[in-house]
Design a protein around this ligand. Structure first.
Ligand SMILES: [Zn+2]
Length: 357
C-alpha cells in the first residue's frame, strides 16, 4: 500500500514525519445507501440467524500456501518476468477454482514517466442471474523499492511483498476455494486483483511520497474503465479491500475514508470480527485516512472499506515490515490470516442471508 493522509484525525498525526505531507483531495462520491438488490440493514434477527448458521472454516494454511506461491516468483514488479509469471498463476488458480476470470490489460505511467504494462485480474463467482454482488479486492504487485528499510543500501531493491500484496490475494483465493461449490449462496463475489498499486514515488526521490496520483495506478485504470469489465455497477452492494492482512503483528483500525464512505460496512465487519473472537485484531478505534485502492472503488459509487494493518505498537503508521526487505514469507502469520479470513467468510454468508438466501 501507499501513503497516509495525516489530516484525517489526530491518530494519523503520529505519521507526519514518516509518511507524507498534508494534502487535500476532493473525492466525488456517490454513496447509494439503498440498493435495489440488497436491502442490507442487518437486524438482530438476521444476526442471530447468522450465528446459528454453520459457515465454512477458513483454512489459513491454504491461504499461506497461496501467498508463498506468489512470493516464489520473486518480486512482482512492473515489466518483469516474475510479474508476468505470477499473473499467469493468479489467473490459472482462480480458473481452476471454477471462477470466470477477466484480465484487464493496459498501459500506465510511473512517477518518473516510465510506461509499464499493467494487468488487473477480476475473478467472478456467481452467474449472470445473480442480482446482488460484492467486491473483495487487493493489489497483487509488489513494491519495486525497499525504501523504508533501516538499511539504506536496500532502498533501491524490490521487495517480496508477502504481506503488502500477496496476503490479500492469498486470502481471496482461499475464500474462492471455500465458496466455489456452494450453490446456496444467493450473492455474487467479484475478486479483483489490482495491479500497480505500490509504484508510488519512492521516499528517496525529492518530494518523497507527495503525489497521491502515483499510487494505485491499476485501480485508477479500473475505475476509469469499470463499466467495460464489471457487471452493472448498481448491482454491487459494497466492496472490501484487503491490504497487509497477514503480518505477524497486525491490528486493523477503522480507516478514515472507509468510515467516511461506508461506515455501516466498517461497523458490520468489525462487529462480526468481535463476535468471532477477533476483536484483538479488529480494534474498535478510528485510524487515519489512507490513499489506497478502495478510494477508486468508492469513486465509481460502490461503498468500499479498507482492511489495512497498522503497526500494533504504534511505532509507525504501518507494520514494521512495510516497504522493507523483511516483508517476506517468514513474517506471514497464519493466526492473522485466520482472523481476517474467517471474518470475511461470515461477512459473505451474512450478506447472502440478508439478500434472502
Ligand atoms: Zn505498499
Amino acid at each position: 500500500m501507499g501513503r497516509k493522509l495525516p489530516e484525517i484525525n489526530e491518530k494519523s498525526s503520529i505519521c507526519m514525519n514518516k509518511c507524507v505531507r498534508v494534502i487535500k483531495i476532493t473525492l466525488v462520491l456517490v454513496v447509494s445507501l439503498l440498493f435495489v438488490c440488497c436491502n442490507s440493514k442487518k437486524n438482530e434477527e438476521q444476526q442471530e440467524e447468522l450465528n446459528a448458521q454453520s459457515v465454512p472454516a477458513f483454512c489459513a494454511d491454504s491461504a499461506y500456501s497461496y501467498i508463498a506461491a506468489q512470493c516464489a516468483f520473486g518480486p512482482r514488479v512492473m515489466n518483469s518476468a516474475a510479474h508476468d509469471s505470477c499473473a499467469k498463476y493468479i489467473i490459472e488458480k482462480f480458473e481452476s477454482l471454477g471462477l470466470d476470470v477477466i484480465s484487464q490489460d493496459g498501459v500506465t505511467t510511473l512517477y518518473d514517466g516510465t510506461k509499464v504494462n499493467m494487468k488487473n485480474i477480476i475473478a467472478r463467482y456467481g452467474g449472470d442471474d445473480v442480482n446482488c454482488r460484492i467486491i473483495i479486492c487487493s493489489h497483487w504487485d509488489s513494491r519495486p523499492w525497499a525504501d523504508n528499510d533501516v538499511d539504506a543500501t536496500n532502498h533501491h531493491t524490490p521487495i517480496d511483498g508477502a504481506n503488502d500484496g500477496a496476503s490479500g490475494v492469498g486470502v481471496m483465493m482461499e475464500l474462492a476455494r471455500l465458496i466455489k461449490d456452494d450453490d446456496t449462496l444467493n450473492i455474487g463475489v467479484d475478486f479483483i486483483c489490482f495491479d500497480a498499486e505500490d509504484c508510488g514515488t519512492p521516499q528517496w526521490e525529492e518530494g518523497g511520497h507527495d503525489d497521491a496520483n502515483t499510487w494505485c495506478l491499476g485501480s485508477q485504470y479500473w475505475a476509469a474503465n469499470a463499466n467495460s469489465v464489471m457487471k452493472d455497477l448498481g448491482t454491487y452492494k459494497f466492496g472490501i479491500l484487503l491490504d497487509m492482512v497477514g503480518g505477524s503483528e497486525s491490528s486493523f483500525l477503522k480507516e478514515a475514508f472507509s468510515m467516511m464512505y461506508a461506515p455501516n460496512v466498517v461497523n458490520d465487519i468489525w462487529a462480526t470480527a468481535s463476535n468471532l473472537g477477533y476483536g484483538n485484531y479488529f480494534v474498535n478505534e478510528n485510524g487515519g485516512g489512507i490513499t489506497d485502492d478502495h478510494i477508486q472503488v468508492n469513486k465509481v459509487g460502490i461503498p468500499c472499506v479498507d482492511i489495512i494493518a497498522s503497526d500494533i505498537n504504534g511505532r509507525q503508521c504501518f507494520p514494521m515490515t512495510w516497504h522493507t526487505m523483511n516483508d517476506n514469507i517468514q513474517n506471514i502469520n497464519v493466526n492473522t490470516l485466520k482472523a481476517v479470513g474467517q471474518t470475511l467468510v461470515a461477512v459473505i454468508y451474512n450478506s447472502a442471508s440478508a439478500n434472502g438466501k
